[in-house]
Design a binder for this molecule. Structure first.
Ligand code: FNR
Length: 411
């Protein structure tokens, strides 16, 4: 009701409620390359569409005359109670959406009491975001590159920042094939975007006067890249780095941030490095869920990275039941295609403990900064609350297969 009344009171919402109009409003606000980076997917974007189609196919089945005046949205996760089954997904290069980037998202997440997962490819160092969040929950998402000491340093910093968990992303050991970015010739990292965690890292910085490890991807000296020099220099000043150091940093980042041969034994090593809960992000195959359980991790995130990595892979929601069945006692979270409160209910009914919201909050950020992110969160949670009430479900944790219609042959 609060969300309806907000409009009646003459208080104009900052962002459109409907997902399509939210995306369109962000597109109108952003330059072509920035919008392409956020909105785009891998290849022909079939996985991106599959994520949404999977949510279309699942249908809720309400019970009548069993609703309640108050609903309890809380869920248990890693020994804590989350106020709602929603977290903000790690999204890199948020400066593509708004100059305040991660900082605005951190403030919004804290104000709405929703955990924010800091990205390894953030535009603001994790320490600054943590400082902006007070005691509010935050996690850290790790990309494991070729330099183990940098990886360990990230983990130590996350611990010092009060992160409640480490999310190891497994689906981006190589950068996906992204035609929208390729057509526009845009790779934000070469302009020094999205590398703030590295620029602020003592171990990474200590490497800047060393020769690049092989295989190094050396950026070509094209006119566009030389023009990007001004942007690089400006970013470097914020971190006390000269243009030459920034060029070395961007090249080193590009050469080292992914590790195609990351393996299960690395998960076991991470387990030894930290006492924080570890969640593996990007699990789609039930056998990977079983392997994860045997490696002592604390949770799984079913995700295909929003369809940005493999074109033609399974829609995330379609993969959820198989992973849940194989995960045993491990809590399973999901992202990739969550757009509305009704989507949250569907994911929970299929066995997810909570979901991660991705692109929609980046669009809110693009349109109206911190306020935009807050409204997107409020809208999703308000619709989720309403959906529970109308389904006749008193508490989010009670959602289950009994709230789903059996699939019909035509769907
Ligand atoms: C991402 N995602 C992502 N994931 C991650 O683990 N680390 C990261 O740095 C990023 N960066 C990133 C940038 C952008 C622009 C997008 C859109 C996504 C993936 C993200 O965490 C999540 O899996 C997807 O956003 C889910 O898909 P939808 O629901 O946003 O379509």
């Amino acid at each position: 009701t609060r969300v309806y009344v907000r409009g009646l009171g003459g208080e104009r919402p900052a962002v459109p409620v409907a997902p399509e109009r939210l995306q369109a409003a962000a597109q109108a606000k952003l330059g072509a390359a920035d919008f392409a980076y956020i909105a785009g997917g891998a290849g022909a974007e079939r996985t991106m569409r599959a994520n949404l189609a999977a949510f279309e196919r699942v249908r809720l089945l309400p019970r009548r005359l069993s609703g309640s005046r108050e609903r309890d949205l809380g869920v248990e996760l890693l020994g804590q109670t989350l106020a709602a089954p929603l977290l903000l997904a790690p999204i890199g290069v948020l400066e593509a959406a708004h100059p305040e980037a991660d900082l605005a998202v951190a403030r919004a997440a804290a104000a709405e009491n929703v955990p924010f997962i800091f990205s390894s490819q953030a535009s603001v160092p994790m320490e600054s975001c943590a400082a902006a969040m007070g005691d509010s929950p935050r996690w850290f998402q790790l990309y494991w590159g070729t330099d183990d000491e940098v990886t360990r340093s990230f983990v130590r910093r996350a611990e010092a920042c009060g992160a409640g968990a480490i999310v190891l992303t497994l689906d981006t050991t190589l950068l996906g094939w992204r035609p929208r970015d390729l057509d526009l010739g845009s790779l934000p990292f070469l302009r020094g975007r999205g590398i703030a965690q590295y620029l602020s890292d003592p171990v990474f910085r200590s490497r800047l006067d060393q020769a690049l490890p092989a295989p190094a991807v050396q950026p070509p000296r094209t006119p566009a890249l030389l023009r990007a020099g001004a942007e690089l220099a400006a970013r470097g000043r914020r971190f006390g780095l000269s243009l030459e150091q920034m060029q070395a940093a961007a090249a080193r980042f590009t050469a080292t941030y992914t590790r195609p041969d990351l393996g299960w034994d690395d998960v076991s090593r991470l387990r030894e490095w930290t006492g924080l809960p570890i969640l593996l992000k990007g699990i789609l195959h039930p056998d990977d869920a079983r392997e994860a359980a045997s490696r002592g991790v604390n949770g799984l995130i079913v995700s295909n990275h929003g369809g940005r990595q493999i074109d033609g892979e399974v829609g995330a929601l379609d993969a959820l039941p198989g992973v849940v069945a194989a995960a045993g006692d491990l809590p399973v979270l999901l992202d990739s295609g969550v757009r509305t409160g009704s989507d949250v209910a569907k994911a929970l009914a299929l066995g997810a403990r909570a979901v991660l919201l991705g692109r929609p909050y980046a669009y809110g950020l693009a349109i109206a900064g911190e306020t935009g992110v807050r409204e997107v969160i409020q809208n999703v949670l308000a619709e989720f609350d309403l959906t529970l009430g109308l389904l006749g479900v008193r508490a989010a944790r009670d959602l289950g297969p009994q709230h789903l219609a059996p699939p019909t042959p035509s769907t």
